[in-house]
Design a protein around this ligand. Structure first.
Ligand code: GLP
Length: 267
């Protein structure tokens, strides 16, 4: 795991933007896994801006949304499909046929989940999966106790997640209790994972995921087993980390390692 601690939210988004930009330079038809929530919005804003300025071209980009509420139509104002369209997909030059998302009202749920998994495989898998983190450590909608081997499926939301997402809904409107989400096994197959977190209310989830044991009680702790994961945090989200100095040291020495290994190879 690479732990990158930045000063503020804007710096988190800039770092994530550069990683995605570099990948796009190598592979124009990259496959991006996209999370909802407030956390990745700044990254999407930077990608949109870059696309508008003609620096990055998304005509070959493919996207897969991470999760969706079960029972909400794609056109529902609070569906994740609406959220992603509004905050990202509609604002870039992506082809409609390259936008993939889970449907909140599929005819056959199991078949829909299975087809989604097959679709991800058919494009060669996800190159970069963007993740936020729930304050209980969930990734996507994989709540604590989710199996590390899980695939795209229906999940029941915890009361705390329902409460945390209530502000997206109008007064008196119920937050759905069920959802569809890529499984932890699905997420772990992404070639690179970027998990972003900012703010004090994420500090427990962050320390438990990075420095705690790998456990289904903290779904994001599974990322300790992924070969290419970057966790990008602000000072508040990182505040309980014990090895902060080491993470800074590694980050600042990164260029040095590259130079050093090049030198070793050529000698
Ligand atoms: C939601 C989403 C997650 C998201 C998380 C954190 O429940 N399903 O994908 O990462 O909550 O949201 P936020 O970024 O708003 O804190």
């Amino acid at each position: 795991m690479e732990i990158i601690i930045k000063n503020d939210y804007d710096e988190i988004c800039t770092e994530a933007y550069h990683i995605i930009y570099q990948k796009w330079q190598q592979k124009n038809n990259m496959v991006l896994g996209c999370a909802t929530g407030r956390t990745p919005l700044g990254v999407y804003a930077k990608l949109i801006d870059s696309n508008k300025k003609g620096k990055i071209n998304f005509s070959e980009l493919k996207v897969f949304s991470l999760d969706e509420y079960l029972g909400l139509k794609e056109t529902h104002p609070q569906s994740f499909a609406t959220y992603m369209n509004k905050h990202f997909y509609q604002q870039i030059n992506i082809k409609k046929e390259n936008i993939h998302g889970l449907k909140g009202m599929p005819e056959d749920i199991d078949e829909h989940c299975w087809v989604y998994e097959s679709l991800i495989k058919s494009v060669g898998g996800i190159d970069i999966q963007i993740l936020g983190i729930g304050s209980n450590g969930h990734i996507g909608f994989n709540e604590p106790s989710s199996s590390f081997a899980s695939r795209t499926r229906v999940k029941t939301l915890t009361k705390e997640t329902i409460k945390a997402n209530k502000h997206y809904f109008r007064d008196g409107e119920e937050v759905p209790r069920y959802c569809l989400t890529m499984g932890i096994g699905t997420i772990m197959e992404a070639k690179t994972i970027l998990l972003l977190a900012f703010g004090k209310n994420k500090e427990d989830a962050v320390v438990n995921s990075i420095e705690g044991p790998v456990t289904a009680s903290v779904p994001a702790s599974v990322l300790q087993l992924h070969p290419d994961v970057k966790i990008i945090l602000d000072q508040e989200a990182a505040s309980r980390l014990k090895r902060k100095d080491y993470y800074h040291w590694v980050y600042n020495k990164k260029k040095g390692i590259e130079r050093y290994t090049k030198k070793l190879k050529s000698s």
